[in-house]
Structures are given as structure tokens and as C-alpha cells.
Ligand binder design. Sequence first.
Ligand SMILES: Cc1cc2nc3c(=O)[nH]c(=O)nc-3n(C[C@H](O)[C@H](O)[C@H](O)COP(=O)(O)OP(=O)(O)OC[C@H]3O[C@@H](n4cnc5c(N)ncnc54)[C@H](O)[C@@H]3O)c2cc1C
Length: 315
Amino acid sequence: MQTTDTRDFEYDVLIIGGGPAGLSAALQLGRSLRSVLICDNGEPRNSSAAESHGYLTRDGIPPEELHQLGREEVVRYGGEFRDTKVTDVSRDTNGFTSTLDSGETVTSRKVVLGTGVKDGLPDTDGFEEFWGKGVHHCPYCHGYEVRGDPLGVVVTDQHMIEYATLIYNLSDDLVVFTDGRDVFDEEARSMFIDRGIEIEDEPIVALTGSDGGLEHIVLADGNEVTRHALFYGPPIRQHSALAERLGLEVNQEGLVETMQSQDGIGFTSVEGLFVAGDAASGSPASIPSAVADGHTVGATVNMELSKEDFDGRWE
Ligand SMILES: Cc1cc2nc3c(=O)[nH]c(=O)nc-3n(C[C@H](O)[C@H](O)[C@H](O)COP(=O)(O)OP(=O)(O)OC[C@H]3O[C@@H](n4cnc5c(N)ncnc54)[C@H](O)[C@@H]3O)c2cc1C
């Protein structure tokens, strides 16, 4: 005897966010014959980048093309899409009622948040303009393309020193910018200087360039340092307010705390609600990781639905 009457719900699963994580969860669920609605408001984290790298068989693909291919695969297994924002999610007996931007509501047995994160860029002139073009956060995603170029890396705290060592491997011409912060002790400073890396301590006041390409880092003393790419690891926050509205625990890094069990991953403190991809703790922020996470969360949700359908009797 089923504990949940599936006829009470329009969909088995509502997936909020149609980036790599949400699409991958949808593919897994669609192939398990679960009815899935994916709602996406079209603001993926990497939208400012012309290409995405490092995803095997799709290296160099434009982000929108990857999304389009993903959608086509999901539709093949019955997945439905709505290009809209989900503004609210509430837990009812056994399931969820979610509100779309239009005010319309959708019911589902489970919900997956694949809503991603937003990067907190400094309001320094040019940062926003060159983000994903000349300013990159991830050496694995965009380092190879600028190998050997005059590069910069912003190091504003101790944690970022390790990050700078990753950039060191990409070019012999590297400048570390502390943006006016007191980051380096003598030992750390000489670690860089001894390797021929300049440390620039003046605050950055602007990034300038032409034709969409970064050319100069402008400093408070008026000096302009020529750089073709600048690496910067921004603080992140949840893209969507839904995690907070649902009372989910968001950790110091801005990620939703998720749990795993022998049945899978992506569980949250709200029963039946799962998180996958960049938004979740423990998921390294990249397309391959988001796809892997979505894939496993999709299987986890399918397992939970099956358990409900069989009244949990094999446990
Ligand atoms: C500039 C830049 C370049 C990058 N380049 C690479 C790269 O080359 N290779 C790589 O592996 N990684 C790259 N990344 C990282 C990569 O973009 C992320 O790791 C990946 O997109 C995470 O996938 P996701 O599905 O978790 O989130 P996202 O791709 O951010 O997708 C989340 C989706 O959810 C939607 N959404 C959010 N809230 C709601 C809501 N309430 N209702 C409806 N929809 C909602 C958003 O609009 C978005 O479409 C890059 C990141 C940046 C910032």
C-alpha cells in the first residue's frame, strides 16, 4: 500500500535551477520514469564566459550550448521546462507547493534546489565588465587559455596565498596584488619574491582594457600594471533566497549544509528537499562536479520515492 498517492501531485519532482546540476538530476530522474518539471530563470553562474572548459567531451563549449544540449536530453525522457523563477516553496503533508513568478503554483512530491551561487565582485571599476573575460576565478577553467601571458592574482587573505601558487604554474610573468591589504609576513613574501614574482601592495582602483580584453590594473598611486588576465576568488552567496526562506543552514562559505546517508547525498534539514551543485556544501564548484552531484542527487531522490512507494518495508 502506497504511503503517498502520486495522483495528489502534478510532478514527482520539481527541480529549481536548470544549470548543470539541475539538468543532470533531471536526466537521472527522467530515465527512472519520474515526472519532472525544471524551472529556470536563466542566470547561470558562468553566463559571462564565452567558453567553459574541463568537462570531458565538451571542453570549450559555450555555456548556453551546454545548457541547450542538456535540455534536449532531458526532454527526451519526458522532462518539462518552464523559463521562470520559483519565488517560494512550502512543505505540505508528504510534498511541496511551490510558487512561480506568475503567482501560479506547482505541487511535487520532492524538490531539488540546483540554484547555484552568485559571486560577490568588488565594486572596483571594471571588475564586473571583465568578469569571466579577463578576470577569472578558476585556474582550471580558464588558466590554460592565458598560459604564458602577463598574469595577475589578487591575494587579499592568507587563504588566497595557496591559490596564488596555482597561478604561478601558468606563467613566468606573474604579479600578486594585495589590494592594499596586509597579507604577507616576511616569510610568505620572500617565498614569492625568491621565485621572481612581484608583489604590488597598492590598492586597485580600476581595471581597464579595450575590445572586451583586459589590459591594465590601475593602482591608487596612478601606476598602471599591464596584465592580460587577473585571477580573483570572490566570496560567494546563494543565488536564490529560497534556501533561507526554507530555513536551511547556510555555512560560512555561503553553501547549504547537506547530509549524506547510505541511500545517497544532498539531503537537507527539510524532509524531501535536496540540494545539488554549487549551492551545496561539499560540491567542488565546477561543471563536472555539478553534473556528478546532480546525477547522484537524482538517484537519491529516485530511491526516496521508491522507498515511499514501498512503504519503506525493505529497510
Ligand atoms: C565566470 C565563470 C566561468 C566559469 N567557467 C567554468 C568552466 O570553464 N568550467 C567549469 O567547470 N566551471 C566553470 N565555472 C563554474 C560553473 O559555472 C559552476 O560550477 C556551475 O555552473 C554550477 O552549476 P549549477 O547547476 O550548480 O549552478 P548554475 O550553473 O549557476 O545554475 C543555477 C541555475 O539556477 C537558476 N536559478 C537560481 N535561482 C532560481 C529560482 N529561484 N528559480 C528558478 N531558477 C533559479 C539560475 O538562473 C541558474 O540558471 C565558471 C564560473 C564562473 C563564475
